[in-house]
Write a protein that binds this ligand. Structure first.
Ligand code: PAJ
Length: 286
């Protein structure tokens, strides 16, 4: 197992990518904030299947965190991350400092209007603006043919796909299914903030999504009713404060009174100050 090279400057990663490209290799990019887990590993493996040269970026991006969020305590585990990247098939890690990505005088941001304001964006103003800006920068730095994102952050994947179409970015955006613990909890770098009791109760997110799916499979189409039942179920879980539980169209991210077509059922809850999200996609045929 060869360890991936670690590049911490833009010229270094560009040089590594250019050399690989000249050797005829297809370039894949997996953007991450580190504290890597099996969900990230699946993304890197999927990239490795499709691309001969996989770059994993590890950058805790300050512009996507709100002033009261967990930027400073976000876990930073570069040594372990490097081992996971090696096992999953990454060739290079791009791990810049904030001053490299945002040098003094930086003042350009990318927005995907209205989509950035709903669901997670409502509780986290500026979050998706930070995500879009850093991901577009990473696309320009690594110039991959394909970039891999997780269904776990469904709104993020939809917004980035929209950005790539709107700005004619020559990158294919691929989405990989959510990797879960045996009890259904979606893997997340933030799960390590949970105490044992919160961890036990966190399975409620996936259980609530499945309950919503069952209602829809039985023929329920009233979106407000299903949203209310999801919120009630989540609110009854010890230690939980509900942020949102919503059903929207996957095409427009807009709510639907009566469910039809490709939908996204998404929810976010707080356990203390830890915010967890999960979602489920369905296609409602009639
Ligand atoms: P991060 O939370 O580190 O996630 C990196 C990628 O891993 C994202 O595409 C995310 O959807 C995916 N991922 C996380 N948990 C997953 C799981 N359980 N199953 C499958 N995929 C999972 O998302 C970000 O970082 C940042 O916003 C970023 C895109 C890197 C921009 O800063």
């Amino acid at each position: 197992m060869t360890l991936p090279i670690i590049c911490d400057t833009i010229p270094d990663i560009r040089k590594a990518v250019d050399t690989a490209r000249r050797a005829g290799k297809r370039i894949g990019l997996v953007p991450t904030m580190g504290a890597l887990h099996d969900g990230h590993a699946r993304l890197i493996e999927a990239a490795h299947k499709d691309c001969e040269f996989v770059v994993v970026s590890i950058f805790v991006n300050p512009t996507q965190f709100g002033p009261k969020e967990d930027f400073h305590r976000y876990p930073r585990t570069l040594d372990e991350d490097r081992d996971l990247c090696a096992r999953a098939g990454a060739a290079a890690i791009f791990a810049p400092d904030a001053a490299i990505m945002y040098p003094p005088g930086f003042r350009t941001f990318v927005e995907v209007q209205t989509w950035q304001d709903v669901l997670c964006g409502a509780a986290r103003p500026g979050h998706f603006r930070g995500v879009c800006t850093v991901v577009l920068k990473l696309f320009h730095i690594a110039r991959p043919e394909v970039a891999f994102f997780g269904q776990k952050d469904a709104q993020q994947a939809l917004i980035l796909s929209r950005m790539v179409r709107d700005l004619d970015v020559p990158v294919e955006v691929r989405t990989i299914p959510t990797v879960r613990e045996p009890d259904g909890l979606a893997l997340s770098s933030r799960n390590r903030y949970l105490d044992p009791e919160q961890r036990l109760h966190a399975a409620a997110l996936w259980q609530t999504l499945q309950a919503a799916r069952q209602l829809i499979e039985k023929g329920e189409r009233d979106s407000a009713l299903i949203e209310r039942l999801m919120k009630e179920r989540l609110a009854a879980v010890p230690g939980v404060r509900v942020d949102f539980a919503s059903i929207v169209s996957r095409e427009s991210l807009a709510p639907q009174a009566r469910l039809q077509g490709p939908i996204l059922i998404a929810l976010a809850v707080f356990f203390g100050s830890t915010r967890l999200i999960d979602n489920l996609q369905m296609d409602v045929l009639e």
